[in-house]
Write a protein that binds this ligand. Structure first.
Ligand SMILES: NC(=O)c1ccc[n+]([C@@H]2O[C@H](COP(=O)([O-])OP(=O)(O)OC[C@H]3O[C@@H](n4cnc5c(N)ncnc54)[C@H](OP(=O)(O)O)[C@@H]3O)[C@@H](O)[C@H]2O)c1
Length: 233
């Protein structure tokens, strides 16, 4: 299968890439920093020689670069079976005092990047009448909380994107799954002082996504909500 994963250099995206590479799939990865991305590509290629792993760095918060990533895959002659819109950025804050521009900055990567990449790939996928799109939302897409601010707003928006896409794609045989993880230990949490044992592992999110990708064409998992065993922080 051809699997596209954004934000795959580390964190949840890398854990998801490991799962599909382990199944011998053909991976197309992206993130912003080229050196970190290449390091991940080389590590996955060495660990999973039966898979094919390639990638290219793009700043997906720039709409034209999000389109370019999609075209890079299509121009190579590959139509995605699975697209994972995972790249995202987190900044705590409150609507009343966060800096000007934070909403625009987070919206650009957390929503617009996914929107423009998906739109670039959809016509080819719709022609095939199959495929599966995963959008990595958040518990912050479902529930407002103090210090959620612009981040939470953008994640609600991504869930709205996912809901719309699900309705639009039903008749094209394309599945759409929104994933709503609570806290999972990644670089986003490094330096926070949180005990990694208190929250989920990246591999937990990857395992659920992978399982949802393996159902029959007649079945779609619409939503996956995962939380740490002890609940949200
Ligand atoms: N970890 C959690 O607790 C948690 C919980 C709920 C939801 N999520 C969501 O899960 C996703 C992954 O989170 P994570 O914790 O794994 O984050 P992370 O460790 O910070 O990794 C983020 C990934 O996205 C890439 N990225 C960020 N901005 C980008 C841009 N403008 N263009 C292209 N790539 C970009 C990063 O690469 P570069 O650094 O090279 O840009 C990196 O590969 C995010 O959407 C996040 O909101 C995470």
């Amino acid at each position: 299968m051809n699997v596209i994963i954004t934000g795959a250099s580390r964190g949840l995206g890398k854990a998801i890439a490991e799962k599909f590479a382990g199944a011998g799939d053909r991976l197309f990865l992206s993130s912003r920093q080229e050196s970190a991305l290449n390091k991940t590509i080389n590590a996955l290629s060495a660990q999973f020689p039966n898979s094919s792993v390639s990638g290219k760095a793009f700043d997906l918060s720039v709409s034209d670069q999000a389109r370019q990533f999609g075209r890079w895959v299509l121009d190579a002659g590959f139509i995605p079976d699975i697209l994972v819109n995972n790249a995202g950025s987190f900044q705590p804050g409150s609507v009343y005092d966060e800096a000007d521009g934070v909403l625009e900055e987070l919206m650009a990567i957390n929503l617009y990047g996914a929107y423009h990449l998906t739109r670039t790939l959809l016509p080819a996928m719709m022609k095939e009448k199959k495929g599966h799109i995963f959008n990595i939302c958040s518990i912050a897409s479902l529930q407002a909380y103090p210090n959620g601010g612009a981040y939470s707003i953008t994640k609600f928006a991504l869930a709205g994107f996912s809901r719309n896409l699900r309705e639009e794609m039903k008749r094209y045989g394309i599945k759409v799954t929104a994933i709503f993880p609570g806290a999972a230990f990644t670089d986003s949490w490094a330096g926070s002082g949180i005990d990694p044992g208190r929250i989920m592992e990246s591999a937990d999110v990857a395992a659920m996504l992978f399982a949802a990708s393996r159902l029959s064409p007649q079945a779609t998992v619409e939503d996956i909500v995962l939380r740490p065993q002890l609940g949200d922080l």
